[in-house]
Design a protein around this ligand. Sequence first.
Ligand code: PPS
Length: 570
Amino acid sequence: MAENLAPIPELYVSYDSAQKLKVEAADLVSWDLSPRQICDLELLMNGGFNPLKGFLSEEDYNGVVENMRLADGSLWPMPITLDVSEDFAASLEAGQDIALRDQEGVILATMTVTDNWVPNKSKEAEKVFGADDDAHPAVNYLHNTAGKVYLGGPVVGIQQPVHYDFRARRDTPNELRAYFRKLGWRRVVAFQTRNPLHRAHQELTFRAAKEAQANLLIHPVVGMTKPGDVDHFTRVRCYEAVLDKYPQSTTNMSLLPLAMRMAGPREAVWHGLIRKNYGVTHFIVGRDHAGPGKNSQGEDFYGPYDAQDLFKEHEEEMGIEMVPFKHMVYVQERAQYEPNDEIMDKDDVTILNISGTELRRRLAEGLEIPEWFSFPEVVAELRKTKPPRSKQGFTVFFTGFSGSGKSTIANALMVKLMEMGGRPVTLLDGDIVRKNLSSELGFSKEHRDLNIRRIGYVASEITKNGGIAICAPIAPYATTRRAVREDVENFGAFVEVHVATSIEECEKRDRKGLYKLAREGKIKEFTGISDPYDVPETPELRVETVGHDVDNCAHQVILKLESMGLIAAH
Ligand code: PPS
């Protein structure tokens, strides 16, 4: 099958019309797009999401959720929706044009809002992602980040989102199509990835291209991937190094600004349709393609070959051929990679393999990564971004009632860590933060959340830059603590310490006299008295303060940090 490489439709208007529209759009009501919405919009506008002409209408959405089909019957497995707040949605009239702006306020597109509805998110989660379980990153996003209301309607593209990084490696579908045309690449196999490439990947992609008698396109996702993945800057530097390992002029790499959903089978079909738009004829689908990991019961969300099965079912209609991914392992005696299921003499040879988890462990602990596993240039890049855990930043997040002893233990911990040296330590104590960062806030749920999110933001920046952040607010709400954990874990470890002093004990101590005032009703919304506290269910550490002095409590935290490899054992 060779692809027809004629241009595909884009949603952009001409340069002159764009200039005019931009001026007119300045008067429209605007929506500031989230990072994920910017990714979606870019692929809508450049034809990557062809045949979509805008964010899904309610009718299209229902069809997509229900049976992967738009209202006109075309195959489309993923809801591409513009989620907004209730207030914003309520301010709009049917048929109103709005401006869509990036995070700096630049107008990227306009949209005519034809549809405005409250989706059934639980149903969307069940149907699209297979379970209404927040352990799935896209379900978590759906319930905890996405707005409550969806807007649908056609989009008119004014300009592409601006990217300052790796510009030469970014292509629209039509640019790639033109490139394939120019080079006479009639058969192209694409490899989708969100991870660094090692020798096994290089081997399997090379074989896939040979088998399909096609050229190879490494097509990594640089939009949004799974939380915790290696950042795309590092990955692209790694990919550049691997590109040199392929025979010259057989292989190219282009970056895809997609926001992944980790939806396994549906995602594989979606990836295929997108690649088809990019002019690709063959697509590699591996074991557990775009898998989100384990659900809250500790089981896999999807079967290992569900993605291949669903892809196969729709392959013909999609017009892109699947190349099933073989599990490659290293055979020591023959010093080469071979597909695991093709090795006939398994009992006589030594098969070597390093799992993703094992690789992360070796990087985290600064251990050797053998040359048979990866290329030295790739390992060097990974080591630069992922120094061993004992050199990375991290956050210790104390939570507990007022007067539980959080601040005292946090102070002792800070001093102990400063005595050890090696990394800067910052204490974000509840009172300090309320004085310097959150002086205008009170103690309503909304204000407490804001306060904690600010602490989380600062802690994540400290963690990112290799420092140690010690936070000690009450942080009474589990969902907010979880959000902070997610912010921090993008950059380093998050160690939640529950200072488990009971409310009775805190009230008995009443070091600041606040409990008395709270009982008298003179302080409202007081945590534990007249405001809730969600006890952490699975903190990294729980410390009891009754019967343990401060030094001992701080020492327990130090031991925990050692056992997690965050500080070198002494
Ligand atoms: S929160 O909920 O995490 O935003 O609270 P935090 O920023 O840690 O602030 C808690 C300190 O403020 C004092 N204080 C109150 N605490 C709880 N509820 C109410 N209504 C309240 N009003 C004032 C109290 O001294 C807390 O200090 P700590 O250090 O925790 O004792």
